[in-house]
Write a protein that binds this ligand. Sequence first.
Ligand code: GLA
Length: 720
Amino acid sequence: MEPVESEPVRVDAGGWGLTWAADRDGRLRQIGTGPAGATADAVLPRSLYPEAFPTFGSGDALRPAPLAVTHADGTLTTRLVVASVDRSATPAGDGEHVVVTCRDEMTALTVEHHLRTHPASGVLEQWVEIVHDEPGPVRLEAYDSIAPMLLVTGGATLDQFGGSGWADEWRWTSEPLTPGTKELASLGGVQPHLQRSPCALVAPSGPADETGGEVVGLAVAWGGNVHFAFDIRPKPDLGDAAELRIRAGANPLSAPYVLDPGVRFVTPTVAWTWATAGRDEVTHRFHDWTRARVLRDPDRTRGIVANNWEATFFDFDEARVVDLIGRAADLGADVFLLDDGWFGVEHPRDDDTTSLGDWDPDPRKLPGGLAPLAEAARAAGIRFGIWVEPEMVNPVSTLFAGHPDWVVRDGREPRLHRNQLVLDPLRPEVRAFEVEVVDRTLAGAPGTSYVKWDANRPVTDPGSRALPADRQANLWVDQVHATWAVMAEVAGRHPDVDLMLCASGGGRTDHGTLRWFHEVWTSDNTDPVDRVRMQWACSHFFPASVMAAHVTRWGDRPLAFACAVALSGRFGFDLDLAGLTGDEVAICRRAVALARRTQPVVQRGVVRRLVSPVAGADRSRAAWAVSGVDDDGRDLTVLFTYQLDDPRPGGASPVLRLGWLDPGRTYEVVAHDLAADEPTAEAAVEPSVRVVSGSALAADGLAWPLSAPLTAIVHEIRPT
Ligand code: GLA
């Protein structure tokens, strides 16, 4: 007889799910996970099913455990039994919140598994909460959020997004999952996602593509160090199948957490989904969930931003900025964003060696402060935005002179990175200061409604004087929560200010931190060829409204091509608008006109990927990329067609079959080549405007419209 309390726990995540159940000994087993996971029944004794969340000491001593605890009395093992299942936290009409509470057999440690569904999207949020009443502190050595076991085929693959660091975000690598443990982790605490996105894709039954195959999408919603582990163990009795244990959560490397009795430790949320219709389905689910549960003001189209960073760097004064504001307004931008270099009285900020921490305008550059700039923007009919980096300090600053003890450091002299140090957010006075940086900056420039929040160095010497000696490593977790508290306070105090999240580029691109922001600076790398690939990868997890994409000179690519690439994200400029030629101004104007019509759909529509820039054997050199976005078949499909390179000799160019259109309707197809007067296209290849039936667009498709590298066509397709 199974005990009564072991009624299976079924979680329907919307199109997939999982079933857990306690076995005879009360241990939590995973009976099913995947498309039919929520309805799985145990056909064997439950004790033969994998543990739902192994602990060190619970059973499998030969595989790393997602939870490992050194108890107060020095015991290293943890053996949990199910104590209760609670669905009472379920919010009305918005999915379920299931809490499975387990207790250690011997010690006073409680582990809660939290599973929160969002059936409308099919994304499951899962995390763990740990609390104890042991006679002294315990040490959490490993503290993952999820640990599902998947039965995979020998062809199972992993797609991961780790690069070399700055300017190399979202580098796509596909690889087979082979026996052993594949560990992917980020470090550095403050901008960990520069080296590695906290997102991954697994194809458990062999390679999938955009529209077909099983794909598990995973995102760790954590603004700190993240890790994924993919443990593969062959299963010879089942042919080429293998067991894959996925562990994901905060990276515990060098970060054991000392937890006092009565204090609740909450792991990051892992958002995950299991699609059966390829990577586009993962995309749609993450976009819907991000809009529903993460993003601020999800239904508001983000404006066109003109930034001055790559135009001026630190070299500007009031006259130059006012001139740029006028040009930005004239071009049709909605927001002018003044970047780094506007502050510092005692130590003016003319480069990155001084002044962080001294958030008063530099009187030499801006004698009237920021107010005249905000006023110039208002007079020109656009919004004003400002850059801040509240978490950092240069040793050459008035702030540091007064508060040398405010920084993250251990007993050694702290090392500089970009000539700066990280302020210690565990100190309440530092958190208050950081909130005040934004308050004061906004107060000095009335009407400012956009802030770029940057963070330009990692933690290299972890330590906090706010923590006792035996728990210095708690910093890795506590600094994320402390920084989130500051961000939440800022967002709460300034609800009408749009916030861009930046950390040397996309160093903080995660769904946890994004809760207080409107968008992310995707990367400092704005070379449009690289950006096609980065935005392709990033858009699997984040909608285009989040992916700031500015036209710059990076890579010295044709401006029309750069505009066409930026139009597939949240469109903007980072160009010296005073240095544009007449032809370039015309290209930018055409891009702005196109942005006005297309950005609402691009930012909030349904993504359809046709030709991948990261497909094939050599993922860095694909010649083409095509993606569409549409408003779910109502009025507009926007199709972005990029030629990145010369095709391989003999390779056929892709045909663009638009299978999602209504076959019973006709469509007007307008092709825009921003390099030419619009609307036009390579007329010899394709007329610029034509009317085609939906069935023909699906069956015959559009012919490949380009012939040269670094060219692009943006199609607008509307039902007639
Ligand atoms: C970081 C950001 C850039 C810019 C500079 C300013 O590198 O990613 O966009 O704001 O800082 O110093």
